[in-house]
Design a protein around this ligand. Sequence first.
Ligand code: ZN
Length: 286
Amino acid sequence: MYHQIADIPSDPWDLAVSPERFAQQIEALARVRRVVPLDKLQQTAPGERPLAAITFDDGYKNVATAAGPVLERFDCPATVFITTGLIGSPREFWWDEVSHIVLESGYTGVLEVAAGGSPIHFDLSDRSALRKTHDALWAQLGKLESSERSDILLDLAGQAGVDLSSRQSHAIMDANDVAKLKNGVINVGAHTVTHPTMPSLDFETMQHEVSQSRKDCQELAGYAPTTFAYPFGHYDDRSVEAVRRSGFQYAVTCDRDLVRPHAESLRLPRAAALNWDGDTLMRRLP
Ligand SMILES: [Zn+2]
């Protein structure tokens, strides 16, 4: 499981692997595993090498620009799970905006979040507690619905003097990026419309997030995807049911394990690849 391939200044959730290390990792992986598309993982008999599938969550542009050429070079198929409502967004994923404002802006004042009840303050002057402050703001914003969160982040950016136009390193794919993946090594899978925490939604909203993202993928990529990734890896029985009803055949979690022969196809485990060199990835494979 990867998210984005870039050198970025702060990475509180370990989402980025540098392009150089990604190339080392794929070269190492392709030596010991036969890399197959995710939707063939359970249909393909392993030969002399065990099988592996490569996935990218969220839909960062650098998956196409930085990971794509490496995957082509080593002839490794992969799947990118796109958050369809954000394709073409001039802004970044909200967690990157939080990191930009709190960890990278250099702002040392107090941020005031006025969401509903009484305002909540986040003091950025204590630099030794910055990560903790970041996590507290992240948790607070994580409870909100996406459009409210987006407005609040715009307000916070104003307070901190940050421009939220998407930085190249954190940009999200646009429709053209997705369309260009066709006939390449990267397949498109769905990752909902707005990247909610699915278990927190009522079933109707959850079902809409899943089925609409599948329709969006079809429009963007030219085919209906068979694969889905649960945002943040959070799922419950209802989430699995919503994914099943929307017509997906495979769905991935963030539960760390090997995909065993009789693994449930809508709850496939994964292993995160962090910003390691190739040898470290080999040691950390489950
Ligand atoms: Zn995600």
